[in-house]
Design a protein around this ligand. Structure first.
Ligand code: AMP
Ligand code: MG
Length: 414
């Protein structure tokens, strides 16, 4: 039996992954498909907004000089020569000494330089009495006052939200170049696994991991395809993998990568020589694998089977890869410093990630459960990870530790 290679650090493993991952090629997609994705082009405005001078009120368009000095004691009367409504503007110019009814959003006719709101008039139809004079330009929205032709609307790399999409549509864009959502195929291995909703035998457990990983991938912004359970048989595993490669940018497997007798993923993939397997100096999540498979060199992450290990490995290694593919910064959750409410211990030589809960605003972090990588109940309770460095074996209550919040920094998700 070959000897296990010495562990590599979390950073070394991540660096190796990021060196192999490229942003997916961008293409023009309909605006609604781009929600939450990073723009792969900078967009400048092809038109001005507003596109033309238009009325901000329902009222009467006037030459301001005609109504100068109008007041309740000295009303001005003008003939009403037409009506201009939004989307129905036949009157293009207004002669001095006349007025036209105008609705909000309708183009202000040439010559007119202010709008008198209804409230300042007697609402006249053929003639109108005006009791108050507008100031120059009052109630007129000027062409280009919001956006000028050539203004930068969206910078490349911006994660597109509703307001960006609304603006792009407002200047007439129907598509924008974005990187597509990576397609992630998730395969659970384990002869003991059963699909939720089916009966559980005396020696079986439900496949929680594929849901955990698929949900995490989807929340990261990827398209997640959850494949059924694959038994611990190399042939069955390779067949399932082969079937799935057509729809995968990334394959994520769980289970079958440690030192046991039925480590199917390792057994099936090691002979290919394209997937690295080895220990990473972390707890949980020590057994890892990463490489490529198939004709198109599809990326594959082989994560350990224990649910907490699987999830942590996703957060630390798969998530940065997916984000890179989407044109986002690989790591979105900086470690913040908080104080431990309880003392902890940690194995030497491995970076420990403890599940924990945080108290917003108090800067305190409380470890939940133990270090056991099977503790899914505690994992669900946790909202953060405490990061204990490799060379630290014990910390007292009150010690400052690095904390990663698990539910932040997920722009791009859906
Ligand atoms: P393995 O890495 O395959 O040796 O699995 C390690 C532990 O994780 C074993 O106790 C497995 O039963 C458990 N496990 C593996 N895959 C899953 C899964 N998909 N869902 C829940 N537990 C799993
Ligand atoms: Mg297994």
């Amino acid at each position: 039996m070959p000897e296990a290679p010495p562990p590599i650090t979390v950073e070394e493993h991540l660096a190796r992954i990021l060196a192999a991952v490229r942003p997916l090629p961008a293409y023009q997609q309909p605006l609604m498909e781009a929600l939450g994705l990073a723009a792969a082009e900078s967009v400048v405005s092809p038109i001005a907004l507003p596109p033309f001078d238009n009325s901000a009120m329902d009222g009467y368009a006037v030459h301001r000089a005609d109504v100068e000095g109008a007041g309740p004691e000295a009303p001005v009367e003008l003939p009403v020569v037409g009506e201009i409504s939004a989307g129905n503007a036949q009157l293009l110019a207004l002669s001095p000494g006349t007025t036209a009814k105008i609705m909000t959003g309708a183009p202000v006719p040439t010559g007119a330089d202010a709008v008198v709101p209804y409230e300042w008039t007697d609402h006249g139809v053929a003639r109108v009495r005006i009791d108050k004079a507008p100031t120059a330009g009052q109630h007129v929205r000027r062409a280009g006052e919001d956006v000028a032709v050539g203004d930068l609307l969206v910078e490349e790399g911006t994660v597109l939200g509703p307001r960006h999409l609304g603006l792009l549509a407002s200047v007439g864009r129907s598509t924008i170049a974005v990187r597509p959502r990576p397609r992630v195929v998730i395969l659970s291995t384990g002869t003991e696994l059963r699909e939720p909703g089916t009966a559980l035998g005396h020696d079986s457990i439900y496949d929680g991991n594929s849901y955990l990983l698929a949900a995490a991938a989807r929340r990261a912004g990827a398209l997640a395809y959850r494949v059924g359970i694959v038994p611990d048989q190399p042939r069955a595993f390779l067949d399932a993998l082969e079937d799935q490669l057509v729809r995968a940018d990334v394959v994520v497997t769980s289970g079958g990568v440690s030192m046991g007798d039925h480590d199917v993923v390792k057994e099936a993939l090691a002979p290919l020589g394209t997937v690295w397997f080895g220990p990473v100096a972390m707890q949980p999540g020590k057994p890892q694998g990463f490489g490529t498979v198939g004709e198109d060199d599809t990326l594959i992450f082989t994560l350990p089977g224990n649910p907490v290990s699987s999830y942590l490995s996703f957060e630390l290694f798969v998530l940065p890869a997916l984000r890179t593919m989407m044109g986002l910064a690989p790591v979105s959750r900086p470690e913040v410093s908080m104080r431990l409410t309880h003392a902890i211990t940690s194995p030497p030589g491995r970076r420990q990630f403890l599940r924990a809960t945080t108290e917003a605003g108090h800067g305190r972090v409380t470890p939940v459960g133990g270090p056991g990588s099977h503790l899914v109940g505690d994992l669900a309770t946790a909202d953060a990870l405490v990061v204990v460095p490799e060379d630290v074996t014990a910390l007292p209550a009150g010690a400052e530790v690095g904390v990663i919040h698990l539910d932040s920094g997920l722009e791009g998700g859906h």
